[in-house]
Design a protein around this ligand. Sequence first.
Ligand SMILES: Cc1cc2nc3c(=O)[nH]c(=O)nc-3n(C[C@H](O)[C@H](O)[C@H](O)COP(=O)(O)OP(=O)(O)OC[C@H]3O[C@@H](n4cnc5c(N)ncnc54)[C@H](O)[C@@H]3O)c2cc1C
Length: 407
Amino acid sequence: MEWNKDQLALKQRYFLVGRDLVRPSAAYRDENVTFDKKLWKKVGDTGLLGLSMPEQYGGSGLSIGDFSAALEGFSEGCQDMGVLVTFVAQVALVQSSLVNYGTKEQCETWLPALISGEKLACFAITERGCGSDVRSIQTEVEKNSQGYVLNGKKWNITNAPIADICMTFAKIKGKKEKAISCFILETNQDGIEQSEPFSLMGNRGTPIGAIDFNDVQLSHKNLISEEENGLSVLYFSFLIERILTGVLVTGCVRPLVKECTQYSQERHAFGKAIGENQYVQQYIVEIESKLELLSGVIFKALNFIEQGRDCSKLASIIKMYSSEIFHESALSSMRVLGNYGYRRENYYERLLRDAIGLLFAGGTTEIHKRVIWDSLLSDYKNNPKVHRNLKLSWQDAAHLQTAAEAV
Ligand SMILES: Cc1cc2nc3c(=O)[nH]c(=O)nc-3n(C[C@H](O)[C@H](O)[C@H](O)COP(=O)(O)OP(=O)(O)OC[C@H]3O[C@@H](n4cnc5c(N)ncnc54)[C@H](O)[C@@H]3O)c2cc1C
């Protein structure tokens, strides 16, 4: 499968946005561990943050497939994992959960400012004591007459130091382990502390840090979906995140093939182009082959979503495979480019550092293998696991615009 004509036009349009608006300052943000909220607003002005969101909240009402074409183009153009990790946290995790599980009133309250880029959101599940094992979170809410009082410490959260809005998860005090609920809140409330950015190896173009909740008073309007349904919201948002992560990796890796091929023809050693050596060709051929395989699985998953079919296993395959081929491809490119690739004024070394972060963000390879294995086993036992919340209600055909209308 390939993008259709209208999707290709969208892809090209957002390639230019990424290349001209975001890429020129990407190295600066990486160097200074900073995020530019004014730039984020400009990205919002291009419509990208709301492409797949309903029109009534300021979006364009496109399908996830059309949106993915735009995201692939944007990623290829910007080559900035700071902005792209932020993108996944806000659009794939927060906005998608809100639009699929929030009430109309909640969508009206929170979505327009997110879609326009005026406000920035973080998605906080991880804690110092738990990452992969999300059910063991310690953050909790206690019910009172006004709603809930939230206490806990979230850790290693994309944009936690600067986010205006936070979607987070907490257990209801005194209830069983799975009784996790999802809340959305403003970060300027009493009792919320946002840390300084952590110093990390990569993904430095987006501040990653902690957010603490100390007796934060929430009302029922802050609760997303029903009490104790937080894990459903979480697994649904992970599904979208995993597929979109594959899309953005495709966009980031694709130029490497062309740039390495070109360099392999121009750079000479021992009296011939380095590209005449099969050892060198192999690096580039493998990047291209892996990229094609990744694209194939992404199209299959997008197709499943359009048909309303469960694609949780495919989503895990996409996340696992894309994060593995991302760092492998960045490293292979540096091998081909030699000293040129290793220089900090070129983007390859930044891409490699950022790609390593993706081995953890969005779930580790080991955890995705576990998900894939669980799925195989339940199929074998003739007890297929069906994702109960796959239905993307806002993606019903009746609500969707066509890509041609958005271009
Ligand atoms: C760039 C970046 C951005 C992030 N952004 C966010 C964010 O916005 N919001 C958020 O909530 N979190 C975020 N995270 C945190 C991320 O989700 C966690 O790092 C991830 O879930 C892994 O958790 P952990 O690092 O605590 O590792 P652990 O869970 O402690 O795992 C450590 C190791 O043990 C392995 N392991 C654990 N359990 C098993 C098992 N059952 N079987 C096999 N192996 C196992 C893991 O695979 C890993 O290799 C981000 C992380 C990064 C790197």
